[in-house]
Design a protein around this ligand. Structure first.
Ligand code: GEK
Length: 248
């Protein structure tokens, strides 16, 4: 996370009352405050990023590719770089937002680790996945239309080596109404404790309504199973945020 510090401006995007709220987009405004925004909004984010590297260290295979799909400013990419150095791996970090990727390039350029890393401006639905021992989808699948998710996961599975790992971190929802309400409220309490006002929380929620589409853990598990993954586990959960590992 050290590499992300210099650009860490405070997120105040939704702090003033807005007449109309546009759909959330990964534009320059968001990219410029992203590390602060995600850290104050996603419970367990730092743990998930750190453990992504630990998992990569365990599952990366000599001479293979490690993908960070939806890399934003490169937090997971850095974690991969630090944990797979010396493994003869190449990291391929992909994001469709130019604002994110140009900043990610600056972050990676400052990193003292030397794992070869290719940064690609592209839609993850369009990139080729091959020879992969590690694939990371940290809070990215939730922005892909639900109807395209199985095809994407099948492509990822097909491009992975036997014994490879997929790390899938997502905002989740619950079938049980009580749990849905409880976890939503606990998440809001987390954001309030991190300095967001009720208005900011509510305006951001409206902006994300049509773009971030959470699913239940069991929907994710079923999709991973249909794609062919053999061992699937929820290794982290805090309120309505979870991270799964799936082994090919
Ligand atoms: C982190 N993983 O810090 N193709 C490529 N990129 C996409 C697509 C797509 N179709 N859709 C969305 N993105 C990061 C955080 S943020 C999560 C990931 C969040 C990109 C989008 O541009 C953004 O950078 C990222 O996915 C999602 O661990 O903001 O909640």
């Amino acid at each position: 996370m050290l590499g992300l510090q210099p650009m860490n401006s405070k997120d105040a995007i939704y702090s003033k009352a807005m007449d109309s709220i546009a759909d959330f987009a990964f534009d320059d405004k968001v990219a410029s405050v992203f590390p602060d925004m995600i850290k104050r909004s996603v419970p367990g984010y730092s743990t998930i990023i750190a453990m992504t590297g630990v998992l990569a260290e365990r599952y990366s295979q000599d001479g293979s590719n490690c993908y960070d799909l939806g890399c934003s400013l490169g937090a997971s990419t850095l974690s991969l770089r630090h944990h797979v150095e010396g493994r003869n791996c190449q990291i391929i970090a992909v994001d469709s937002s130019e604002s994110m990727l140009s900043r990610c390039k600056q972050v990676i350029a400052k990193d003292t680790y030397t794992t070869p890393s290719k940064l690609v401006l592209a839609d993850i639905n369009e990139v080729n996945i091959s020879n992969a021992s590690v694939v990371v989808l940290n809070f990215t699948l939730q922005f892909i239309p639900t109807s395209q998710r199985q095809v994407l996961l099948q492509k990822i599975y097909n491009g992975m080596l036997d014994g490879g790992v997929l790390v899938l971190s997502e905002k989740i929802c619950f079938v049980d109404e009580h749990l849905q309400e409880l976890n939503t409220e606990l998440h809001h309490a987390f954001k309030k404790a991190n300095g967001y006002s009720d208005m900011e929380i509510s305006q951001k929620r409206s902006a994300l309504e049509k773009t971030l589409l959470p699913e239940t853990i069991s929907a994710h598990q079923q999709r991973l199973r249909s794609a062919g993954f053999s061992s699937i586990d929820v290794w982290f959960q805090c309120f309505n945020f979870a991270s799964l590992v799936a082994i090919k």
